[in-house]
Design a protein around this ligand. Structure first.
Ligand code: AMP
Length: 297
């Protein structure tokens, strides 16, 4: 594995088909699942580690975002990464950009509504990574379903010659979706944090049993959330991120809530059911069988 700090070096070391896994570091098994898929599909695997200041609408969130590059490098080496690029803010933004990448419509609701400017920061940095590293495939987690939609649409609208590959959500053994922000949770926050995935998984069970009404699926999730400070519960189209009234293949049920010092997001995506011609099958992601490496040991 080579660790470099410039895009030029990362590109110069690449050969054959290139898979890119963009991350903000403080890695966990969710990121590593993206790396393993990229390893499977490509000759060269590049992982970028960059905490992008432009996608943080809240300065306190940026300040407390966990960072540990030495730890990330060790995990990436073990995962079979070829090239890790850890660019400085100056490498990514040598001059303050006057060019913006604005994805409209898909960003009206959910994260786009609650984090103004967030997706402009995401779209800008991802467009820069695509332009500078020129991957054939780029891997994004289904955990961030709206981000996946925004990046896919941006890549298509701007004719980036690459495929955006979705990777299923990796969950802790109790169901909590892995997130670098989970290290901000105290023991007393755990029960509330679990309410997000419990609500979504209960709604997924209901949807698979034929309960497709958005109103009723929202109700199931809200019943589980109880007193938790919730930004939204929303059933939406996976491609347009617009609200839908019924769960059907190509939709997802998303939630965002504040627990302790962390703002958590999670979702289940609905795909076509294998067995029957109608109905949905929920992608609940995968679960770890042991404690996440997020917590050390
Ligand atoms: P982040 O470092 O949080 O910006 O995430 C980097 C990439 O990893 C994004 O494509 C995320 O969607 C993906 N990712 C984050 N958490 C998970 C997870 N629990 N399972 C799968 N992918 C994830």
């Amino acid at each position: 594995m080579r660790a470099v700090t410039t895009f030029r070096e990362a590109r110069a070391l690449s050969s054959g088909s290139v898979g890119l896994v963009p991350t903000m570091g403080y890695l966990h098994e969710g990121h590593l699942s993206n790396v393993s898929q990229a390893r499977h599909d490509n000759d060269t695997v590049i992982v970028s580690v960059f905490v992008n200041p432009k996608q943080f609408n809240n300065p306190a969130d940026l300040d407390r975002y966990p960072r540990d590059v030495a730890r990330d490098l060790a995990l990436l080496e073990e995962a079979g990464t070829d090239i890790v690029v850890t660019p400085s803010v100056e490498e990514v933004y040598p001059t303050d950009p006057v060019t913006s990448v604005v994805v409209t419509e898909l960003t009206d609701l959910m994260e786009g509504f609650y984090r103004p400017g967030h997706f402009e920061g995401v779209a800008l940095v991802v467009a820069k990574l695509f332009a500078a590293l020129r991957p054939d495939r780029a891997y994004f987690g289904r955990k961030d379903a709206q981000q996946l939609a925004v990046v896919s649409r941006m890549a298509s609208d701007l004719s980036f010659p690459l495929v955006v590959v979705p990777v299923p959500t990796v969950r802790e053994s109790d169901g909590l979706a892995l997130s670098s922000r989970n290290v901000l949770l105290r023991d007393v926050d755990r029960d509330d944090a679990l309410r997000l995935s419990r609500g979504l998984l209960a709604a997924a069970d209901a949807a698979e049993s034929g309960e497709v009404s958005a109103v009723r699926l929202h109700g199931i999730v809200r019943d589980h959330l109880g007193h938790v400070n919730t930004d939204y519960v929303q059933l939406a189209s996976s491609s347009t991120c617009q609200p839908v009234t019924e769960a059907e293949p190509g939709t997802f049920l998303a939630v965002a809530a504040h627990v302790g010092a962390a703002r958590l997001i999670d979702n289940v995506a609905f795909d076509a059911a294998d067995a029957q011609p109608v109905g949905v099958q929920a992608d609940r992601g995968t679960r770890l069988t042991r404690r996440s490496l997020l917590y050390g040991g």
